[in-house]
Design a protein. Structure first.
Length: 183
């Protein structure tokens, strides 16, 4: 995803029309809003999984916005395979499993745990990308890790991974044997 300044620079270099620039800026804003709504709803859903609370509305919001985030990510003008594309593909795979578990198989049997784990993984992917984007776009963070390969960036991403591994494990344990009224 490009910042508005990077988008303008890219479009000027390629001689792309101003109308396309406005479309890309609107797409970027829409994509970011979807992502943030999905992340917020995802945390509510994960809380629901761990606390054995049913949040059907939050679940629909989380799955819908997270799928839309992944899909809109493919609309940006990228001409090579990137880590973002890989995350988008993986996200759609786990979201497909989560939707199947929740809506096709109604969380029956092992599908309950599948839903819990895939929901946490999908949320992790969104937060992983959020952290990467924060390090690319926020000047103070970019100064700490300008290339994204510095130890600080890697430690933050490792901390995020460990937090989500913990949340995923808690959710999987909690929903095991629970009735299908989980988030």
């Amino acid at each position: 995803m490009f910042s508005p300044r990077e988008t303008v620079t890219l479009f000027h270099k390629k001689g792309i029309a101003k109308e396309n620039l406005m479309i890309l800026t609107a797409l970027t804003l829409f994509h970011v809003v979807l992502s943030l709504v999905g992340i917020g709803a995802g945390f509510v859903v994960v809380y629901g999984l761990i606390a054995s609370k049913g949040f059907d509305g939050w679940t629909k919001l989380f799955l819908t916005t997270t799928i839309a985030t992944s899909l809109t990510g493919f609309l940006f003008p990228i001409h090579q395979f990137t880590p973002g594309i890989a995350i988008g593909i993986l996200s759609l795979v786990v979201l497909t499993a989560a939707r199947l578990a929740r809506y096709r198989f109604d969380l029956a049997g092992g599908w309950r745990r599948t839903y819990a784990v895939t929901s946490v993984i999908a949320l992790y992917f969104n937060v992983f990308v959020l952290v990467a984007q924060l390090f690319r776009k926020v000047p103070a963070l970019k100064a700490i890790a300008p290339t994204g390969s510095e130890a600080t960036f890697q430690m933050v991403q490792l901390a995020v991974l460990l937090i989500f591994a913990y949340l995923g494990t808690r959710a999987a344990i909690k929903v095991h044997g629970e009735p299908s009224r989980t988030a």
